[in-house]
Design a protein around this ligand. Structure first.
Ligand code: NAI
Ligand code: BAL
Length: 499
């Protein structure tokens, strides 16, 4: 999608979109049993885009029943992995063919910029599904060390029916991170999109059907957390849940599992991620560009956002000057204007939450204004290490700056958080870079850059940021498979009596 369109052309596509509005269960669209709907709005304008089926526990029951039937009769779970691969590659191709429409739908529903949707969300979604598809017929099972008297096979089997509970910040990409490995491994899935952003998951379900994923294998049940999310978490016939969202809701999924069938739970949750810049960091312009990207990409609505800059005093003024200069190059406004890098926050509720962190009396170096759903990229220099803005996940375009004198102080401060998702360290000193990366308690530590790794590297958190498994890479398959030992006795009946 390198051929960028004009704002007017994107708006014309938006006007012509056919928006999916119903749940997708057992291979077809259907209304909620209750007949209820909820509005999904464009957060950049406040306009209602569509009325979506507001599902509840009875819809979840029905979807689980269909998913279980599909799993047990093997229409997907027992296919040769090469056949599942072919279907998922076809799905990736169909997404590519519909990339523009999906990018516009994603932007309208979430407030994300069309620039991000076309350069990151949609292409990475395609890449992720294709990567897991291509992987699945190349994973071998194992045979354990054995005597002549037995052979023991260690095989991986799909878990069964899996609930995938999604956030609103990367609706398409988080769907891909979960359905890629879950479907490749042979599971049946119940997807619950976030209430704010159901559209693209529903459209992908339709494309999945077109690609040849059998009915019942890929179900999407839109609705509220208390209605659909909890019903998934407590369902006795769901074998595993993979969740991305807030730490508060993640904790609930552990409770649901412990109070129901002890389903496996994987949680990918919040972060308050440090970017540590030491006095000896080189190429400050490049460092500044990475920090701006880390803090403001996706309006800071990103679990791995660099939200705490921890800078050594000797370099602080020079670095901040460059960060401010880079941040000024991020225009904010209409998400469908391809020049804009900062769009609208996902909802009025979330806008109000982010705005509440912008308080009077703060030392604001840039931005600080929140209006009509948009929050300017904001940089705040803060001395109080216990300030709310320093300790809590804001999930908006707000970067707090903390000043330190020494390397040890910087690392201690980086670890002074309940979270442990991501961190960055910028230094020209290889020993400090490696020591810092080893000592910081986070699932991903980048050196002299901001990023989340790529599809080959596991993504997830330490401490209150994560639990139970990883997204991405071959490691993601651990979430969606379980190991079985098959022990075969080879002794001759005449050789040995069974005792
Ligand atoms: N780690 C991440 O990527 C994300 C972190 N967040 C953080 O969470 C904060 C709140 O955002 P929310 O949308 O409220 O996140 P959330 O954690 O409530 O929502 C995530 C998913 O869980 C579902 N859910 C909500 N309540 C539930 C319940 N009681 N039982 C079962 N499922 C439930 C939601 O419908 C959604 O599908 C944000 O400000 C941000 O700090 C939000 C989204 C993504
Ligand atoms: N940045 C990908 C994971 C997340 O924000 O939820």
């Amino acid at each position: 999608m390198s051929d960028r369109l004009t704002t007017g052309e994107y708006k014309a596509i938006a006007a012509g979109l056919q928006l999916p509005t119903q749940a997708f269960i057992d291979g077809s669209f259907r209304p909620a049993f209750s007949g209820k709907t909820f509005d999904t709005t464009n957060p950049a304008t406040g306009d209602v885009l569509a009325k979506i089926a507001a599902c509840g526990p009875d819809d979840v029951d029905f979807a689980v029943q269909k998913a279980r039937d599909a799993f047990e009769d093997g229409r997907w779970s027992r296919l040769h992995p090469g056949e599942r691969k072919a279907v998922l590659v076809r799905l990736a191709t169909l997404i590519k063919r519909n990339a523009r429409e999906l990018a516009v739908m994603e932007s309208l529903d979430s407030g994300k910029t069309i620039y991000d949707c076309e350069t990151v969300d949609v292409p990475e979604t395609i890449h992720c599904i294709r990567w897991h598809a291509e992987l699945i017929d190349k994973i071998y099972d194992q045979v354990s060390p054995a005597s002549d008297n037995h052979i023991a096979m260690i095989v991986r089997e799909p878990v069964g029916v899996v609930g995938l509970v999604l956030p609103w910040n990367f609706p398409l990409l988080m769907l891909a991170w979960k359905i890629g490995p879950a479907l490749a491994a042979g599971n049946s899935v119940i997807v619950k999109p976030a209430l704010e952003t159901s559209l693209t998951a529903l459209r992908i379900a339709e494309l999945a059907m077109e690609a040849g994923i059998p009915a019942g294998v890929f179900n999407v049940v839109p609705g509220g957390g208390a209605e659909v999310g909890e019903a998934i978490g407590r369902h006795a016939d769901i074998d595993a849940v993979s969740f991305t969202g807030s730490t508060a809701t993640g904790r609930r999924f552990l409770k649901y599992a412990s109070e129901s069938n002890l389903k496996e739970v994987t949680l990918e949750m919040g972060g308050k991620n440090p970017a540590v810049v030491l006095n000896d960091a080189e190429n400050l312009d490049r460092v500044a560009a990475h920090i701006v990207n880390g803090a403001f990409w996706n309006m800071g609505e990103n679990c791995s956002a660099s939200s705490r800059l921890i800078v050594q005093s000797g370099i602080k003024d020079e670095l901040l000057k460059r960060i401010v200069a880079h941040a000024r190059e991020w225009p904010m406004g209409d998400p469908l204007n391809p020049e804009n890098r900062v769009g609208a926050l996902v909802s009025k509720t979330h806008f109000d939450k982010v705005a509440s962190y912008l308080e009077k009396g703060q030392k604001v170096l840039l931005g600080g204004t929140a209006k009509d759903g948009f929050v300017e990229p904001t940089i705040i220099d803060i001395a109080d290490r216990n300030a709310k803005a320093v300790r809590e996940e804001i999930f908006g375009p707000v970067l707090t700056v903390l000043t330190v004198e020494t390397f040890d102080e910087a690392i201690a401060l980086a670890n002074d958080t309940e979270y442990g998702l991501a961190a960055s360290i910028y230094t020209a000193n290889a020993k400090k870079a490696i020591r810092g990366a080893r000592v910081i308690r986070a699932g991903t530590v980048t050196v002299n850059s901001f990023g989340e790794g790529d599809i080959t590297t596991p993504f997830g958190g330490f401490k209150a940021s994560g639990f139970g498994g990883r997204d991405n890479g071959i490691h993601a398959h651990d979430q969606y498979t379980q190991l079985k030992t098959i022990w075969i006795d080879l002794t001759d009946d005449q050789d040995e009596a069974v005792n």
